[in-house]
Design a protein around this ligand. Structure first.
Ligand code: GUN
Length: 308
């Protein structure tokens, strides 16, 4: 029995979308492109990550970003600042990174401590180095179909969708969640693929009924297992962006990680579905590296390598 068949037998039919494997292969292709850039143009793409404070989850993310950046052959610049850092100090660091030719991508880890205005910091990042794609210039470019740096998580979702479904033209896509980081850019990307897109959210009337229309359902609401099996159209492709840790008293020592979709129920009905963990999560950092490579190539006026 093949691996896929085993997975299908265990989950009532849905194909399990292997984001972890796809992300590893993508990082491999990025590493090869970085090696070529070094050999042919003598340049090393560089990513600067700024962490303010000691939020445990942010520390884990920043460590993995640094490790995977180095593994891809890129330069990694980590800046760790105290939780009490002033906005002025952070803005000064951003200005230095904007001016540093060895830095092609800048990421300021969110959330930032309360004394700092996150919007002002994101607005200070050079849009050409904004590898998070959070700057209004990049959001505007994406919305108007111009070349942009695209937020990493929705970009990762799109790559998985294209790999699973091929051409997305004409498909009904429902995005549940309207955040600037995932929901809105995801909707723009799907529009760009000629899907018919609905953006739903916690205040949508008859949310289950709206979800049931979807050929593609992207759940990005941050509520554990909110999307139930009977919200899913048979055969639909389900992309679960949620990463929620259930309370330890419910699930043992550390608490189990679940998505925004009730996985076991959904896998009975869907045609394909991303698991949590191992689905969308690993794609985010792989796309951050892809954006850094893109930013480095654009900075030098070089063609962007085809990674997909
Ligand atoms: N915090 C959690 N995820 C992210 C991300 O993708 N980018 C930034 N800047 N901060 C985050």
């Amino acid at each position: 029995m093949s691996e896929t068949t085993t997975a299908q037998a265990a989950t009532g039919g849905a194909r399990i979308i292997d984001g972890k494997g796809f992300a590893a292969a993508l990082r491999g292709r990025i590493g090869e492109a970085v090696a070529r850039l070094k050999a042919e143009h003598g340049m090393t793409p560089g990513l600067a990550v700024v962490l303010v404070g000691e939020d445990p989850a942010s520390q884990v993310y920043v460590r993995s970003k640094g490790k995977q950046t180095l593994e891809a052959g890129m330069a990694s610049f980590e800046h760790r600042l105290e939780a009490s850092t002033s906005q002025e100090t952070l803005l000064k660091l951003v200005a230095e990174l904007n001016a540093d030719p060895a830095v092609h991508g800048i990421l300021v880890q969110l959330p930032l401590p309360g004394q700092i205005d996150s919007a002002a910091v994101l607005a200070a990042i050079d849009p050409a180095k904004d590898v998070d794609g959070f700057h209004v210039i990049n959001a505007g470019r994406l919305a108007t179909g111009q070349p942009a740096l695209v937020p990493c998580t929705p970009l990762g979702c799109l790559l998985l969708l294209r790999d699973t479904l091929g051409d997305l033209t004409g498909l009904e896509a429902v995005v549940v969640g309207r955040s600037n980081i995932v929901g809105k850019p995801m909707a723009q990307l799907l529009l760009g693929e000629s899907c018919t897109v609905t953006v739903a959210h916690s205040r949508t009337r008859d949310l289950p009924g709206v979800c049931r229309r979807a050929d593609i359902l992207v759940a990005a609401v941050g509520r554990p297992e909110m999307v139930r099996g009977d919200w899913i159209r048979p055969g639909a492709t389900v992309i679960d962006v949620g990463i929620n840790r259930l309370p330890p008293e419910q699930e043992g020592a550390k608490g189990r990680l679940v998505g925004d979709v009730a996985f076991a129920e959904a896998a009975e009905v869907a045609g394909a579905i991303t698991p949590v963990p191992g689905g969308v999560g690993p794609m985010t950092i792989a796309c951050l590296l892809a954006n850094t490579l893109t930013a480095a190539c654009r900075a030098r006026g070089l063609p962007e390598p085809a990674l997909i």
